[in-house]
Structures are given as structure tokens and as C-alpha cells.
Design a binder for this molecule. Structure first.
Ligand SMILES: [Fe+2]
Length: 301
């Protein structure tokens, strides 16, 4: 246990850790060290509640414990918290008829993914901080890919260990266009800037050296060593295994909640809410850092 008498697991497999009685506004070297250790021991998700009082600076300092915090250059500056480009606002926030937060309406179907696996380097993780939560809906699901990998049969581990998958932003975009025809195809420029990337199907974490299933189905265009049908069947099998209740949970947000996740060993999925009825505002900070082992093999297939 990283913090005696003040933490609890979020799933029966031991994936996910809630830390209690912790004030992120009042950290010292020892508690900072405990937080980082707890993050890696958790299998990649920490939940810390009751942090309503945090300042933007304290939030940035917290995120910086885990990696280099991004400045969100690729987003509309209107969505960033003034004076804190590290903080991207997500949700329904409007001011004078203008959107002041990135608004992405979630599907009913859970779109499990690990962020930006089609990008190299991939962001290593993010933290979400809740300011305003709808009374119903808008939960975020998390699944622990390391705990899910450990529970696979030895035969299946042996079968998937050597496989490699092609992750593609174009593939994701075309998939999303099937349910949202107004979404434009990727421009040739964007396709050239974000070529498909080959990654191992089983990832070794650079810090813990634990192995994880690393299979964001919606980003994977193909598995190099298999035909399409075999690949889709395998990916479906891995996803349904990895999102079983013992490896996955839904977090129903309250203001002051903070969740930190590691893209190298977890997946997550948003769920919808009625935006005609409720408002939502979250702050998201994203970190860069050490990549999964074997993630450098780029191709332009
Ligand atoms: Fe995401």
C-alpha cells in the first residue's frame, strides 16, 4: 500500500487506486514521492477527490510530477485557461455566444482508447479535474491493460507477444465519419504529418517494465502478421477481456475530483450526458515522457 490507511483499489483485480485524505495544495517531498510511486503501483489510474480548492498553478505542479506538461499548441487558444496554456478546458462552457471549452459529444457506444497511439511520441498520460458535473451521465470509464494482460492464458500471451499493429489517425477518422457524416476527411497535409505508425500489440512500460495489452481497436488499421478477419476477431477478444468488471470501472464525476491516467498501460472511454439539460466543465492537463518499449518503429505504409 503506498499510503497507509488512506487508499483503496478501484477494481477487484487491483487496478486503479483512490488516495484519500490527501491535499494536493499542500505537498512536500515525501508526499510527492508517494504520489509518483502510487501512480505506478496503481496500474495507471489514480483518483483523488475533494480538491476543489486547488489553484491552476497547483494543478500544473501536480501534473508536472509525472511528465513534461504540454502547452496545448494544437488547440484553439479560446479553449485554454487564460495564462495557463497547460490547462485545456473541456465541456459546454460558453461566453458571449462563443465556445470557451473543447466540446466533443460522446457516443452511447463506449469508444475505448488510449490517447493518440497514432502519434509518436505519444502523450504518456493526462489528468482530468472536474469543476462542474452533470447530475447524470458523463462518467468516464477506465480499464487496466497490465492487469488484463496478466490474466490472459499463457497460450494467448505467447500468441500476441510478437504481434505488431498499425495505428492510423486516418483509420480513426473514417470510423468516426460513419456515425458523423459531417466530419470531414483528413486533409492530405494532416495525413502526411501523421503517417500510420507500427506499435507492438503488447507494450512494455518503460518505468515498471510490466507488460500490457496495447490494442486501441479504433486506432488500429491492421495487425501486420494477420489477415483482416483474424485481426478483428483477436482485437474484439482482447477488448472484451480487458474491459471485464475486474479490470474496468466507471468514474462518476463530482466537482473537485481529479483522475490521473497512464496511456501506456490503460484505456479509457467517455460516456454521454444530456447537454440540453446540464453543463459540464473539466480541466485536462497532458504529459509527455518516456515511451513504451518498442514504440519507435515508424512506417509510412
Ligand atoms: Fe481520450
Amino acid at each position: 500500500m503506498p499510503i497507509a490507511n488512506s487508499c483503496s483499489y478501484l477494481t477487484s483485480s487491483g487496478f486503479g487506486l483512490e488516495l484519500n485524505d490527501l491535499d494536493l495544495a499542500d505537498l512536500n517531498d515525501q508526499t510527492r514521492d508517494i504520489l509518483v510511486k502510487a501512480f505506478y503501483q496503481s496500474g495507471g489510474v489514480l483518483l483523488i477527490r475533494n480538491q476543489q480548492h486547488l489553484t491552476p498553478k497547483q494543478l500544473c505542479d501536480f501534473a508536472a510530477l509525472f511528465g513534461v506538461v504540454e502547452k496545448n499548441e494544437k488547440y484553439n487558444p479560446d479553449f485554454l485557461l487564460p495564462d495557463y496554456p497547460e490547462i485545456l478546458r473541456l465541456g459546454t462552457l460558453m461566453e458571449e455566444g462563443k465556445r470557451k471549452a473543447l466540446w466533443i459529444k460522446s457516443d452511447e457506444e463506449l469508444l475505448w482508447h488510449s490517447d493518440d497511439t497514432f502519434r509518436h511520441p505519444q502523450p504518456i498520460g493526462s489528468c482530468l479535474y472536474c469543476l462542474t458535473a452533470p447530475k447524470e451521465g458523463a462518467a468516464t470509464w477506465y480499464a487496466g491493460m497490465n492487469h488484463a494482460y496478466d490474466a490472459l492464458s499463457d497460450d494467448l500471451k505467447k500468441r500476441i507477444n510478437p504481434l505488431t499493429a498499425v495505428h492510423s489517425y486516418d483509420h480513426l477518422n473514417e470510423l468516426l465519419r460513419q456515425t458523423n457524416p459531417h466530419r470531414p476527411p483528413l486533409s492530405e497535409e494532416l495525413k502526411a504529418n501523421l503517417p500510420p505508425i507500427t506499435r507492438p500489440l503488447v507494450a512494455e512500460h518503460p518505468v515498471t517494465h510490466n507488460k500490457s495489452i496495447y490494442a486501441t481497436n479504433i486506432h488500429i488499421e491492421r495487425i501486420n502478421e494477420m489477415d483482416d478477419k483474424q485481426a478483428r476477431e483477436l482485437l474484439e477478444e482482447l477488448l472484451s477481456h480487458a474491459t471485464k468488471p475486474e479490470f474496468a470501472f466507471a468514474h462518476a464525476w463530482q466537482p473537485g475530483d481529479l483522475v490521473l491516467w497512464d496511456n501506456r498501460c490503460t484505456m479509457h472511454a467517455p460516456s454521454p450526458f444530456d447537454d440540453n439539460k446540464y453543463e459540464r466543465l473539466m480541466y485536462r492537463l497532458t504529459m509527455n515522457g518516456e515511451q513504451i518499449v518498442g514504440a519507435v518503429a515508424l512506417n509510412t505504409a
